[in-house]
Design a binder for this molecule. Structure first.
Ligand code: ATP
Length: 268
């Protein structure tokens, strides 16, 4: 197996980060999707669970799009985490997770940028994707479980650039480090961000998100079902995690939904 779960668990237990001490670590050689696995088990989970798979045969992005992986080049995992918050309070969560990833990558020596709403770029190409799925806790309170799925390209999956017709971001320098170390560092950053997010919401992360904003000040367009629905200059994000665009008619705030963000010069 490429990732040893016990080694990740040991690294987390041995760290001085109290936010990771309850996380249960599971590593499997193969599964369809770590997000799907955890979503299925949500009603029975008592503690946060980190599930990592060497090989995912049905990795998913937003709106059922596929996230493609290959065991040698990808690090794919999901973290199930319970928030003492109702669903609507988690709107900015994908962006906060992006901050955790970008900051952890920085610690690992990889300079990444964030593309709203859920992508991590390197030199303008997609290095990592985030998919968050949620379910009400089902108890008496207003708690919500979130399953936070992350796919990180250490290398470029074979043929993917050709198939997608665009460059793919990768972090080959991380392939020289034990995967367990990379995963523990990312999980630790993630847990800290989730605890802070639960307490203060996305407002506490706006400045940190903007520090990594890949399209800041650039002409962009928002595309919905192949149609341009908004154009202007990328201004940043607000407290709800909406994307702010300066248009000729003032500032517009765009909710993630299933829209796509592109630079003006990009084709689709
Ligand atoms: P877009 O990239 O078009 O803005 P999105 O941000 O909604 O869409 P996601 O749904 O999060 O993207 O991710 C799925 C998309 O990412 C796929 O449609 C494919 O274009 C691309 N993709 C799939 N696998 C990888 C990978 N390993 N690395 C980079 N990009 C990938």
């Amino acid at each position: 197996m490429l990732v040893q779960g016990e080694r990740v668990a040991k690294l987390l237990a041995g760290s001085d980060n109290a936010n990771v001490k309850d996380i249960v670590v599971e590593a499997v050689a193969q599964t369809g999707s770590t997000n799907a696995d955890l979503m299925q088990r949500l009603p029975t989970l008592a503690l946060p669970v980190l599930r990592v798979a060497d090989c995912q045969s049905a990795g998913r992005g937003r709106a059922g799009r596929a996230w493609r992986t290959a065991p040698e080049t990808s690090l794919t995992f999901s973290l199930a985490w319970r928030f003492e918050r109702p669903l609507h309070a988690l709107l900015g969560l994908p962006l906060a997770v992006g901050v955790a990833l970008a900051e952890a990558l920085q610690v690992l020596g990889v300079q990444a940028q964030l593309k709203w709403p859920n992508d991590v770029l390197r030199d303008g190409a997609k290095l990592a994707g985030v998919l968050i799925e949620t379910a009400a806790d089902g108890g008496a309170g207003q708690a919500t479980w979130a399953v936070i799925g992350i796919g990180l390209n250490l290398g470029v999956p074979p043929d993917l650039e050709f198939e997608l017709g665009r460059a793919i971001g990768a972090a080959p320098e991380l392939q020289k480090q034990p995967r367990e170390t990379v995963l523990a560092i990312i999980t630790s950053a993630l847990a800290d961000v989730l605890v802070e997010f639960e307490r203060y919401g996305f407002g506490a992360f706006i400045a940190r998100w903007q520090a990594f904003h890949s399209y800041a000040g650039q002409p962009v367009k928002i595309i919905d079902n192949g149609r341009i629905v908004q154009e202007g200059i990328a201004a940043g994000v607000d407290v709800m995690g909406r994307f702010l665009i300066d248009t000729g008619a003032g500032q517009a705030a765009v909710l993630a939904g299933d829209v796509s963000l592109r630079l003006q010069e990009q084709a689709s």
